[in-house]
Ligand binder design. Sequence first.
Ligand code: NAD
Length: 387
Amino acid sequence: MYYGQRKIENPIRWAMVGGGIGSQIGYIHRSAALRDFNFQLVAGAFDINPERGKAFGKELHIAEDRLYPDYKTMFAEEAKRADGIQAVSIATPNGTHYEITKAALEAGLHVVCEKPLCFTTKEAEELEALAQKQNKIVGITYGYAGHQAIEEARQLVAEGKLGKIRIVQLQFAHGFHNVAVEKNTASTKWRVNPKMAGPSYVLGDVGTHPLYLSEVICPDMKIKRLMCSRQSFVESRAPLEDNAMTIMEYDNGAIGYVWSSCVNCGSMHGQKVRIIGEKASIEWWDERPNQLTFEVQGEPVRILERGMGYLAPSALADDRIGGGHPEGLFEAWSNLYSRFAQAMVAADKGETVDFWYPNIHAGVEGVRWVENCVRSADNGATWVEYK
Ligand code: NAD
């Protein structure tokens, strides 16, 4: 159980690029980072529109002289201060992640970057090497990974409760973009523009989320080859897809799929993970995040409730309210930000941490998966060796 005790000595001086007023994801970054006093928001370049960004920064109680028109000015000016920023979160459209992450690392900052980390595996590996050279952390916000149900699922697999894994069923399929909402919505418009979104829409935007959850739950399984078919049901989105089916073969003989979609009419969110072993299965759904279903063949279904004493100690360590009350996305993100903070402090001391979190390698693997999916899809939905 976590009561809010300090996990690091002093809050990390932190800034944001993007995440301004009207953005989809800015608030949850702030909520997650600030909740446990691991970070202190002291500067920002929140918006593509500098004036709007500054006005918003004032609303966030940030000193006016630390509200910057753009990230380059912010990194340069903050570097001159004795109390300059130590970390930055990047919550801008995908097409800017590479250049801002690179600039932040070069400025000696720790980074939290939104997914997808960048557009190509080559760029992603370059950023990974740079982070290593600079001894800096890059955390990636695969938000629900921080939910204790995911840690519990990981423990069940690690303890062999499922037996050998045979099938991995993954989906993130919502219905909010079943028509061309991008005509009137700025945050959807860039998502269907290859210059800003990258080589994919839903594969990178939503599919990478459950993919990462499966990497957390089944860390030993590696994709051997995959086949992807992608569609633009709203035709104006082509060449980017609004729906994709990916089948994956793993090196241990297992098979899996990921359904990535924004045209799944009626679905509110639809992120689901089902892992099927030779003895039992587990299933988790982000619309009911507090329940993990554990089904042993031949026995009654068990619903494992968040916050209950029968969960693994490592899952309960992140529990904030006890069983009964709901916890969800906000707490999961806070748990991730807490791990990011501890990893940043450890890196500065030349140490490493002994827990997992979505680090830059997770970011690289997300980009690699999208790249392989697109290669397969654009080659007529053929099997491709995973590289
Ligand atoms: P959005 O369009 O709603 O907001 C983007 C924000 O960035 C706006 O405030 C905009 O003014 C600002 N911005 C754009 N370019 C900028 C620049 N060069 N400098 C400073 N600010 C700039 O987008 P969004 O939906 O919030 O998505 C942002 C990122 O977060 C995307 O990469 C997206 O994939 C990711 N995202 C992740 C999750 C998640 O669950 N982890 C959820 C939603 C979005």
